[in-house]
Design a protein around this ligand. Structure first.
Ligand code: APR
Length: 231
């Protein structure tokens, strides 16, 4: 049976595809204060701005493609039972061929009812005021905004607890509960950490191998190390 490799990814894995990360520039997200465009308060205050912001992000998906980091992670499925837990709302892991992808913070290509979080639709193109569910409730982006619950977290914990190997790629580990997943990695499971600006991870019981590189360089290295040491 293939060993289980669980990978937590963040904005850094998509940076080389041309999608901006959140925290390493000017504190703004594509020119906006994050609370304006990614919080329930922002939605209440100015839903048009929020819809327009995510419409632009959704359109951007048509102009970007998976990079070598995404593609190499998909290749690892030949050797391992790979589970990707991503904080990203893009679909680049899926488009690279990864089969088991859990989105912690939602997906740009889905929308949901403002009244019923379980009423979720696939969505292409723009979402506008007046686009409603079958009960006439406005639809909103299927994105977990700041201050909202993370419904996929329980499933992410279960996946993480079963990991034989765990890797963290391209996340500043500043946002919870996602960053807290590391607490659920079994103490005997080695952790790999790819990021050009790695942080010091506190209270780790596991063996840690830091690869201070961008994803397109670090993931091939991770692949070689896993295949050499653990197969
Ligand atoms: N390859 C790998 N890592 C990279 C690259 C690259 N080419 N370029 C940048 N990075 C790293 C940065 O060093 C940083 O540590 O990616 C990380 C990006 O961190 P953040 O911008 O904070 O993104 P992330 O950790 O994914 O943010 C978590 O915060 O705003 C919310 O919901 C949003 O999912 C997001 C969450």
């Amino acid at each position: 049976m293939k060993k289980k490799l669980v990978i937590l990814t963040g904005a850094g894995i998509s940076a080389e595809s041309g999608i901006k990360t959140f925290r390493d520039s000017d504190g703004l997200w594509e020119g906006h204060d994050v609370m304006e465009v990614a919080s329930p308060e922002g939605w209440q205050k100015n839903p048009e701005l929020v819809l327009d912001f995510y419409n632009q992000r959704r359109r951007q998906l048509n102009d970007v493609k998976p990079n070598l980091g995404h593609r190499e992670l998909a290749q690892l499925q030949i050797h391992f039972d790979v589970h990707i837990i991503t904080q990203n709302v893009d679909d680049l892991h899926e488009r690279a061929g990864s089969k088991k992808v859990l989105h912690l913070h939602g997906e740009l290509r889905k929308v949901r009812s403002t009244k019923n979080p379980k009423y979720i639709l696939d969505w292409e193109g723009d979402l506008n005021l007046g686009n409603v569910d079958s009960f006439n409730h406005q639809l909103r982006p299927h994105i977990v905004w700041f201050g909202e619950a993370v419904p996929a977290f329980e499933e992410a914990i279960a996946i993480t607890e079963g990991a034989d190997y765990f890797a963290v790629i391209g996340t500043s580990l500043q946002v919870y509960p996602a960053a807290g997943l590391l607490d659920y990695v079994s103490a005997k499971t080695p952790i790999f950490y790819i990021d050009p600006n790695p942080i010091a991870i506190p209270n780790l019981r596991n063996s840690l191998k830091t690869i201070p590189m961008v994803a397109s360089e670090g993931v091939p290295l991770l692949k070689n190390q896993l295949l050499a040491q653990f197969q």
